[in-house]
Design a protein around this ligand. Structure first.
Ligand code: FEO
Length: 396
């Protein structure tokens, strides 16, 4: 997948071995760790890759530049999925100068013990590789404090770090003229459609809390002419830049589209029946929805769809006079992501004292969600008479 342009080469890897990213998020289609070379009189390497890919990564680099030396390693982001091979690169290219910002330097030392031949750059600083200029812009908290982006001026190419990235390995070429989601059987119209769900899952799971700083970064980047986005995960965006930018803007403004994300957790199936009854009522009304069982599914997918739709309905029984923990964890995760701009409904069964619906409503209210009903708290077994999901669906 090497050539992106005459001067930009892809040297990243697809990871199909890792099952859970960051110890939390499933990877049904794998993930790519993207790294790039900019080749001119001097050569710059942009970010590295995950620790397990040393041999493949070095081989990818050597295929592109043979025995030439690399002059610079640009560190846009220090999270170990991109920085783990930094020490290996220094071993193989001992004269390489590491480029980072003031917040990067202690992380490089702390993670990899490297402290020499590091050049600290500030907002707008540039390095020249010959006829190629790389300019650096800070993008703090997208999604770590040291995150920055690198802009290759002559090719209007943005090396964006995790921004605009997606889960999912990349097949059939790295650019969005052909990139396909590895292992997917979907015949998506284009690369953006193929990766859109995995982009939203990545955004909601990893970056979701930082909508405000993503917005600030996007405002800053709006002053640059961008013809190509080289993220650290997923396809290189060229054709689909307007769609990708617009979608990132929407996600980071917490703007949901019409529809309902139903999320439930159930001990003996009664709250599950209520969730399915709500889904059936929405179906009858032609309202788009997604439904997630937190007891059997990783919460990753529930966050993905909570970021998609403008309404969230949460079902949880009462447990220890509190919210059944899987649903509490989901709500905690929304709170941790500073989720906003949502309509909300709660439902759930109890046996001798109902607490979950009231407490779910309180958590939702703290997030500023609009409660579309008082919620449906029902005793013991589910029945349509106890749970008027038709009335709830009417309010949606
Ligand atoms: Fe892909 Fe924040 O690392």
């Amino acid at each position: 997948m090497g050539n992106i342009s005459g001067k930009i080469r892809y040297v990243g890897v697809n990871d199909l071995e890792k099952v859970i990213f960051e110890g939390m998020w499933p990877l049904p289609f794998g993930v790519s760790y993207n790294s790039y070379l900019v080749i001119d009189e001097k050569i710059a390497l942009i970010d590295t890759a995950e620790a397990g890919f040393a041999a493949e990564y070095l081989e990818n680099i050597r295929k592109e530049i043979g025995d030439r030396k690399i002059d610079y390693l640009v560190v846009n982001h220090m999270e170990p999925d991109h920085s783990s091979l930094m020490a290996l690169i220094r071993e193989n290219y001992p004269d390489i100068r590491i480029i980072g910002n003031a917040k990067t330097v202690p992380m490089i030392k702390g993670y990899y013990g490297l402290a020499d031949n590091i050049q600290v750059v500030k907002e707008g600083d540039k390095i020249c590789l010959g006829s190629s200029t790389l300019a650096f812009y800070m993008a703090p908290m997208v999604h770590w404090p040291e995150t920055m982006v690198t802009y290759f001026e002559e090719e209007k190419t943005l090396f964006s770090g995790d921004a605009f990235g997606t889960f999912g390995g990349v097949a059939d070429g790295i650019t969005d003229s052909s990139a396909r989601l590895l292992g997917s059987t979907d015949s998506a119209a284009d690369s953006f459609s193929a990766f859109k769900d995995e982009m939203r899952r990545y955004y909601s799971n990893i970056v979701g809390k930082y909508g405000q700083t993503v917005q600030a970064a996007m405002k800053k980047l709006s002053g640059l002419e961008i013809a190509r986005i080289c993220s650290t995960h997923g396809p290189v965006w060229e054709k689909n830049i307007p769609e990708v930018m617009a979608y990132y803007d929407k996600l980071s403004r917490y703007e949901g589209e019409k529809g309902v994300c139903i999320v439930y957790a159930s001990m003996y199936g009664n709250t599950a029946k209520a969730a399915k009854a709500l889904a059936a009522e929405l179906e009858k009304r032609g309202v788009e929805y997604a439904i997630h069982n937190l007891c059997t599914e990783n919460v990753s997918y529930a966050y993905r769809d909570a970021f998609k739709y403008d309404t969230i309905a949460v079902g949880a029984p009462t447990y220890n006079n509190d919210i059944f923990p899987p649903a509490y964890n989901f709500m905690y995760g929304l709170s941790a992501r500073l989720m906003k701009n949502r309509r909300f409904a709660a439902f759930g069964s109890y046996t001798w004292a109902g607490a979950s619906v009231k407490l779910l409503n309180e958590m939702a209210s703290k997030l500023g969600f609009e409660l579309i009903s008082d919620g449906i708290s029902f005793p013991q077994a589910y029945s349509p008479e106890k749970c008027d999901m038709a009335a709830l669906a009417d309010r949606i």
